[in-house]
Design a protein around this ligand. Sequence first.
Ligand code: A3P
Length: 352
Amino acid sequence: MARDGQGRIEIIIVDLCQNYYWTKMEHSIKRINSDNETDSLVNKHFQTNTGKGFVEVGESKFCLSAYYEEYRNELENFQVRDSDVYLVAHPKTGTTWVQEMIWLIVNDLNYERAKAQKNYIRFPNLDSALHREDSKLLAGMDFMEYLNQLPDPRCIRTHLPWSLLPKQIRDGTKKPKIITVIRSAEDVCVSYYHHFKLMNAYTGSFDEFCQLFLAGRVCYGPFWKSVLDIWQHRHASNVHFITYADMKNDLVGAIKDCAKFLERDLSENAVEKLEKHLNFDSMRQNPAVNMMGIVENISKKNNVPIDGRHFFRKGIVGSHKLEMTEVQIERFKKWTQDSLEGTAMDIEKLGT
Ligand code: A3P
């Protein structure tokens, strides 16, 4: 990801003010009721897993499961350690892929453990309890207790935007390493649509999904607000940006950059072995990461047949071109331009 470097004092001051604002403020929480056509679609199509509905949080109106209300204090006051590594990314940007890369680099390429233990046990989600009733327990423990008892160095992932991360990260009391991955909005939208059909029994059309995504009414949206939330912190020495497109174009380079950021030395042989492990087909077949156990449970619960579908679906850059109409693509282009106006984000690098 390009760094804009010189002469952007104005942006930095705005960023700092915004960060101060987000650090200090108590976020408002408002229930998403079926007050208009878009919100009626939210409540109609996205109910299956929690049955709880959704809330919008803070100035950016982040759309989260209504369980957020129950957990906000625990998330806010979560005890961060300087030795932690956080993966903070919007859903469907390639989180699971980057998660496996980080875990193996941090854990001295321990492939035996990586195969023996599911990724969500060794690299848990901070916000897992927001998604499903059964996610409140992890390895038989309350999920927060589980996170608290993990030995150093902990690897923790979250889809929460920066402004809703634990306070100790936002106010800089703790400085864990933070990695994020970004991907084009169009590909994220298509991937998320298939995810919701597979994992949440989404009942609407693809066009309705696009409408909801653009309106910021799909869980963890609005997408660009979430991306820009962490983008503001790109110059911090403890933050590392990765793009899905860079991982696809040069996985070896991405592995080396990530290892450097994590202060781990990897031999050329080690990098080559890790590249093979992280390859799409290899991950798709690996039961420790391919999420198929969870997909099977959800499919039974929701009574939606899997029909040969996978969590690891296509794994390509530009998959939206196969599924979006010209009109939808144009709508996304315009929305992206408007959302990114005045920022230094170069969307060409996202592989649109
Ligand atoms: P597609 O649905 O476009 O295939 P997340 O982990 O954030 O939910 O992201 C899932 C997306 O990352 C899916 O995209 C998935 O196929 C893709 N992905 C996961 N592992 C990958 C890999 N090894 N190579 C390429 N893409 C991968």
